[in-house]
Design a binder for this molecule. Structure first.
Ligand code: HEM
Length: 183
């Protein structure tokens, strides 16, 4: 059965001196960093920005129908009042990854247990994946997560597991922004 797919949502993440999220910590995990900023604006109201990252939501590439059904039944929405913390992880994958065929990428994604690992942390962690590569952006993906303070340790544990996976051998640029809702 097909379910309604929402139209793509295009979003700007604007780093600067003002914005609806305060930057608690910025860690460069791989590759080149970005200039440090005090705030992140996702509401499109703060100006001016030191840097802007743009992404859009898209159709699924690697998720089987049954997995999609499971996710839809478990995952929490963004914007929960108790989820005062967030993380933005811009990610770029290497030319070696993009040179692979789709079935080869899918095999790596599956061997890496990305879906199974992620599932362990739902519904505590709410998430949204933005694609950037096709816009010619510096990152291929902008990954966004929202959670309560009590769940940050679990979030870190999930990152350890994903970063130890085969899939992450293809990640050549990654920055980890930890944020708190401003005001
Ligand atoms: C919160 C638990 C998580 C779940 C349930 C989850 C689930 C998924 C799923 C189902 C996909 C495939 C989407 C598709 O079919 O195209 C995906 C892709 C992706 N996820 Fe996760 N994920 C989680 C956490 C994370 C984390 C913490 C990161 C980053 C550190 C991350 C980074 C990505 C990236 C970059 C992709 C795109 C991969 C590609 O297209 O090459 N995910 N995730």
């Amino acid at each position: 059965m097909t379910s309604a797919v929402p139209p793509p949502l295009r979003l700007q993440f604007r780093g600067g001196d003002a914005g609806n999220w305060r930057v608690r910590r910025q860690l460069t995990i791989a590759g080149e960093s970005l200039p440090e900023v005090a705030h992140l604006d996702t509401a499109g109201t703060a100006s001016p920005a030191r840097w802007i990252l743009t992404g859009f939501t898209s159709n699924l590439r690697y998720t089987a129908a049954t997995e999609r059904q499971v996710l839809a039944g478990i995952q929490a929405p963004l914007g929960r009042p108790e989820a005062r913390l967030a993380a933005l992880l811009p990610i770029r994958k290497s030319p070696r990854w993009w040179a692979l065929a789709q079935d080869e990428r899918l095999a790596i994604y599956r061997r890496s247990q990305h879906y199974a690992i992620g599932l362990d942390y739902l519904p505590a962690i709410a998430r949204r994946l933005f694609h950037s590569r096709d816009l010619g952006e510096p990152f291929d993906f902008l990954t966004w997560f929202e959670f309560a303070a009590a769940d940050e340790t679990a979030f870190d544990h999930m990152l350890d597991r994903l970063r130890a996976s085969e899939e992450w051998q293809y990640v050549d640029r990654e920055i980890d922004y930890r944020l708190a809702a401003a005001a």
